[in-house]
Ligand binder design. Structure first.
Ligand code: 5GP
Ligand code: ZN
Length: 134
């Protein structure tokens, strides 16, 4: 399969690996948002979170829990963002499920998510619509 992360998993393409076990690999993003920006990738090819089985989710989050404090220590970060793009509309470029650990420093100047507002009653209606299709 012509998937860049599968090629990193197999070793066909080199990476700056920080962690690997039977289920996941973690390596530094080649175009980091901040120094230490790390990608957590399941070894099996899944397109995004919607495809992921429960075990894979546990392996991914277990790796985040293990790795994020070490990434923070290595770059002297004050916190980190955990991110995941799912689908091209979200900005996903590599169609192999992955999570981003992005180290953060106080006053690092990175933008915050914008916030929006609901019209009267809109929020409750939307919550009901989501519950109806769960
Ligand atoms: P996405 O937008 O799909 O959530 O993020 C994909 C990430 O993979 C991007 O931040 C991009 O910089 C990173 N990336 C793409 N190709 C490579 C590569 O060959 N090696 C590494 N280490 N990172 C890559
Ligand atoms: Zn893949």
């Amino acid at each position: 399969m012509d998937c860049i992360f599968c090629k990193i998993v197999s070793g066909e393409i080199p990476s700056a690996r920080v962690f690997e076990d039977d289920n996941v690999i973690a390596f530094l993003d080649i175009r980091p948002i901040a120094k230490g920006h790390t990608l957590i990738v399941p070894k099996k090819h899944l397109t995004d979170l919607r495809d992921a089985d429960y075990e894979t989710l546990c392996h991914l989050m277990g790796a985040v829990k293990k790795i994020a404090p070490s990434v923070m220590t290595a770059v002297g970060a004050d916190g980190f963002n955990l991110g995941g793009n799912n689908g091209p509309a979200s900005g996903q470029e590599v169609m192999h499920l992955h999570l981003h650990i992005i180290p953060r420093h106080f006053n690092d100047g990175l933008p915050r998510w914008p916030h929006n507002a609901y019209a009267e009653g809109e929020r409750e209606g939307l919550a009901e619509k989501i519950r109806a299709v769960l």
